[in-house]
Every structure is written in C-alpha cells, then in structure tokens.
Write a protein that binds this ligand. Structure first.
Ligand code: OGA
Ligand code: MN
Length: 294
C-alpha cells in the first residue's frame, strides 16, 4: 500500500488512500500526513474501522489529546465514551437518541453554527479527528471552510484593519445566539470568555488565516454591536460556497481538520434516529493572544 493524497476541492481538502489507521504508523507515514494537513488543512479517509482505543492511538501521533472537560454540559456519570473521546453523537449511555428537550441535545445544536473547535479555550485545539461509526439517515453532512483562502481574498484595507485585533470567545456566546442561555453557576465559570487573535499565521506554511468562530462575542476595545456586525460580515465572506467543502459521511469515514486554518459545521439531520460520531482532539501548543487575569 502506498500512501497518496489527492486534492478534492480547488482550495483545500485531501482524500487519502493507501493507509490502514487501525495499525501503528511508521514515522514517515505520520510525517506525510502532517505535511498533508499543513497543505490541505482537511484530510478525508474512508473505510477505517477504528475502535475508540485505535482512534486515540492514531490521534497521539500528532500531539497530546485534549480533554473534553469544560467543553460541554454532559455530567461525568452521563458519559457514553471513554476519557479522551468527545461524544458528538445524539445518543445517551443506552445508545438511544436524546429526547427533543434534553439539555445536552439542545447544547449540541450549537455544532450547526460555523465554528473552530475549542476556540473557547485559552489554548485552542490543533486538529480534530471525527470518526463516523453510524451516519445519519437523512442530512448530517459536515461542511468545512478554508480560512486561509478567505483571508487571501480580502481586500488590502480590510487585511490592515484586522491585523492585531483580539476577540473574546465563549460557549456562552455561541449557545446564547441560539437562545440557550440557562446555565448553572459552574457552567458559567467553566465557560468564561478567553481571548484569541483574529488573524493567525500557520507555524509551518506561514499562511495567514481568519480565526473566526461562532464562539466569538466581541472584539476587545470595540462597541459590541459594531464588533458583531463586522464578525458576521467576515463570517459571511469566509463561508461563501467558493471556500466550502461538503463532506457526505459514509460509515467508517475519518476526517481530520486543522482548527487553526478552517471552520466547520454540521447540517440538520433527523435526530430521532442514531448518528454516532466520535471525535478525538489534538491539543494546541500555545495561546493565540494574551489572556487577562480573572
Ligand atoms: C465536532 C463537530 C460536527 C459533526 O465534532 O467538532 O462539530 O458533524 N461535529 O458532528
Ligand atoms: Mn466542532
């Protein structure tokens, strides 16, 4: 088997063949995949029948696994998956779809908004790896947008205006925009806003990207409505069809994306039926902006 990556979108996204992710990888295979991520920002694999343990082992090739804690409202005793896995399914511990008014389901609907994973953490995520154990019967595509191409397409004046701007990100902002506002004191404390640069530079390619996310609630030093109108405008620009790839899931697909260079969202699906998606996340290495002391 020879590893090959074939670009499937004019700006980004590589489809990978010639690799079995259930087995330990050789260093040259890991290096080829990292180089593929640097270049394509999203990699798609098919027919990877991973167990949770194999998914976590594969993930560790790219860095430490980010802990799910602080990123959702699921209580420890409600967890369906082992530590190290993010449950992005619509299922409870008994593998049954969550009830329509279940708080966890309503919270997870936030994944339908364009976002970058863990932009609400002071050190945001590097990669996310999403394994499709069971696709939705209808809907449930995941869309990706290339934030480098979006940056490149901005006019010079806008690029200059963006340079140096810092945003505040929180799960309270993304969920609040859907009307999900009832949070406990603990949840509010866990979701305290963090600061992120609005422009990022990729550590390997040196390419700039727009660091947008529905978790953004303001730009530091700006009147909030002016900040949000600008962020909305930028997000609209960045998610035009030209910059977007639609992934239609087949069982045992695995998709890896670079949260530093892309946004993503899931589209609506019939969630009275199971959709079993399991994510592992590679932790980032450094904050993108200075935080203020609490
Ligand atoms: C995620 C996410 C989208 C999906 O795993 O981070 O946003 O398709 N999931 O479930
Ligand atoms: Mn996500």
């Amino acid at each position: 088997m020879t590893l090959a990556i074939h670009q499937i979108h004019p700006h980004f996204v590589g489809e990978v063949s010639g690799i079995d992710l259930t087995r330990p990888l050789a260093p040259d295979q890991v290096a080829a995949l990292e180089a593929g991520m640097d270049r394509y920002a999203v990699l798609v694999f098919h027919d990877q029948q991973l167990t949770d343990e194999q998914q976590m082992a594969f993930t560790r090739n790219f860095g430490a696994i980010e802990e799910a804690r602080g990123g959702n409202i699921t209580r420890p005793e409600q967890q369906r998956l082992p530590k190290g896995m993010n449950d992005v399914s619509n299922l409870d511990k008994d593998q049954k779809p969550l009830a329509r008014d279940d708080r966890r389901r309503l919270f997870n609907l936030g994944n339908q908004l364009w976002h970058s994973d863990s932009s609400f953490r002071a050190i945001p995520a590097k990669y996310s790896l999403l394994s499709c154990r069971l696709p939705a019967e209808h809907g449930g595509n995941t869309e990706f947008a290339d934030m480098r191409a979006a940056w490149d397409a901005l006019d010079t004046a806008t690029k200059a205006e963006l340079q140096g701007l810092i945003c505040e990100h929180s799960l309270m902002y993304s969920r609040g925009s859907l009307g999900f506002t009832e949070l406990t004191e603990e949840e509010r404390a866990a979701f305290r806003p963090v600061r992120q640069s609005l422009v990022r530079v990729h550590p390997v390619s040196g390419r700039k990207s727009l660091y947008l996310s529905s978790h953004i609630g303001t730009i530091v030093g700006w009147p909030r409505p002016e900040a949000m109108a600008f962020i909305r405008d930028l997000a609209e620009h960045a998610t035009q069809p030209e910059f977007v790839h639609v992934h239609r899931w087949r069982q045992w697909d695995l998709v890896i994306w670079d949260n530093r260079q892309t946004m993503h969202r899931v589209r609506r699906f019939d969630d009275t039926k199971p959709r079993d998606m399991r994510r592992t996340t590679v932790a980032g290495e450094a904050p993108t902006a200075e935080q203020i002391a609490a």
